[in-house]
Design a protein around this ligand. Structure first.
Ligand code: HEM
Length: 152
């Protein structure tokens, strides 16, 4: 019982590492490495990669919300929290909304395009996903900075 706060912080950070680290890997390592592969092979590959990654992100979001809400309750709620925690919460919620758009609007477009073998539509959906992931990666790094540097 004594170490509940440490456990919550551990789970919070583990989920952040998986989410932000996964976006970093996908955007800066996997994307350039597969850029020259033919769309017929590249797009089904992205579909499989993103399907699995997005499931993990959904789990991470659940963990971040529960652990973050618990950690915030120590300050007596959102309004009484220090400003870096409030900023983290705001940015975190923005990241989650962007993820929702990615997962439930853009990703189904990619799936439909791959199933119909419409590679141009698939390229459009992937470009949208890429832009949203870039935004979320920047927001994620800023959120980590709020979480760590703001409390210094
Ligand atoms: C959206 C809901 C979120 C809530 C309510 C929340 C809340 C909190 C709270 C209350 C703490 C503990 C602060 C302290 O004890 O001083 C914390 C720590 C932290 N959070 Fe969040 N957070 C959220 C999302 C995020 C996201 C999306 C990220 C990163 C992408 C993030 C990164 C961090 C980091 C790096 C720490 C560790 C700070 C430290 O102890 O040095 N959080 N969070």
């Amino acid at each position: 019982m004594n170490h509940v706060v440490e456990l919550a912080l551990f789970l919070h950070l583990l989920a952040v590492v998986v989410w932000v680290g996964g976006m970093f890997f996908a955007h800066l390592c996997l994307r350039p490495a597969v850029a020259d592969i033919a769309p017929q092979m590249r797009m089904p590959l992205w579909l499989g990669v993103l399907q699995r990654f997005f499931t993990w992100v959904a789990v991470c979001i659940g963990v971040i919300l529960i652990s973050g809400g618990f950690l915030m309750s120590r300050f007596g709620g959102g309004g009484q929290s220090p400003w870096p925690v409030q900023a983290m919460t705001g940015f975190g919620v923005m990241m989650m909304l962007i993820f929702g758009h990615l997962r439930f609007a853009l990703f189904p477009r990619l799936r439909r395009a791959v199933q119909a073998e419409k590679w141009q539509d698939g390229a459009k959906a992937l470009a949208g996903i890429r832009m949203m992931v870039t935004i979320n990666l920047v927001l994620g790094v800023c959120t980590i900075a709020f979480g760590v540097l703001g409390l210094v």
